[in-house]
Design a binder for this molecule. Sequence first.
Ligand SMILES: [Zn+2]
Ligand SMILES: [Zn+2]
Length: 329
Amino acid sequence: MRALVYTAPLCVSLEERPRPKLESGEVELTVVAAGICGSDISGFLGHSRRRIPPLVLGHEFVGRTKDGRRVVANPLVSCGRCNACLSGSQNLCSSWRLLGMDTTQGCYAEFLAIPETQIYEIPDSLSDISAVLAEPLANIVHLFRIASPQPFFRMGIIGGGTMGALALLTALRLGVREVLVQDVSEERLATVRAMGATLAVNAATEEGRGEALHFAGRGMDLVLDASGSANARQAAFDLCRPGGLVVLLGMATEKSEIDFVTSIRKEHRVATSFAYTPVDFERSLALLKAGEIDLSPWTKELPLAQGQRAFDLMTKSPGDTLKMLLRVS
Ligand SMILES: [Zn+2]
Ligand SMILES: [Zn+2]
C-alpha cells in the first residue's frame, strides 16, 4: 500500500509499505481523507519524543470499512481494564496508544488497522472536512467538561490556531458573553474575528497586549492556553480574574516559568486538559453532525502524494488555513 512516511525531521515521503496485519478485535479500514494535526506537525518538526522516524503519522481521518460503511474512528486506544478506563477516564489509561505515535501506524496510508470498538459510522451528509474534525473537537469538548463554565462567562483564548478556533466556536454554542483571543498572526486574528471573537489582539505588540489587559479588566472567568509557549502560558494567567480558572492545553514547550506568587494571591485555579474520552468523542461527533461547528472555509485539501508540500505549508505559511486535509483515496 502507499503510505506517507515521516523519514527525518522536516521530511515525509510516499513509500510502498506492507498492508497492516490485523490483531484480534481489529478491522481494516480504507483511509479516504486524513487531517494534519498540530501534534503531527510537532512530530514532523522533530519536537515529539514519541514520534520517531520512520513512522506513518496521522490520527484524524475518515475511512471505509470492508462492507462499505463510511466511518470515523477514535484514534486513542485504551486498554479498557485499568482503573482509569473503568472509571471513564480512558484518556488517562495506563497504556493508551494513539495512531501515528510510538509503534502504532497512523492514517497517512491507504489502509490501517484499528479495534472495531473505536469506529463510528457517519452519514453521507457529514462532509469529509467536517468528519475529520471529530478528533480535534473532542479535545475541546473534554476541556469544557473539565472547566464547566458558569452561565454568561467571559473567556480568554491564547492562540488562535485550530484548537483556539474550535474552542471559540464551542464557547459561542455554550453562551459565552465575551471572548478575547490573542495570537501573533494577523491572518489568524482576522479569522477568529470572522468567527465571532469579541476582541482579537496581536500579542506580539505592546499595544495588543495592553488592549487585551484593558479589555479583560478585573480578568476573564476562564482562560484557555491553546498554544503552550512560555509567553502564552503566562499570558493566560495574566488575563485571568481572581478566583478564575486557567486551563492549560497547549504543549509547545515542556517547561516554562509562571509567576506563581501573583497567581497564588489571586487564588487562580488551574486545570490541565489532555485528549478525550469516548464520551467526549461521541459528543464532538454529534456537534459536527448537527452542523454546529464548521471550519470548512478555513480548510485546504491536497492529495497524499503532496504530503511534503502540505506539511511545509502548515509549518511555514499556514495563512488562514486551520485544517489541512490529505486526500488518500
Ligand atoms: Zn489531532
Ligand atoms: Zn486502561
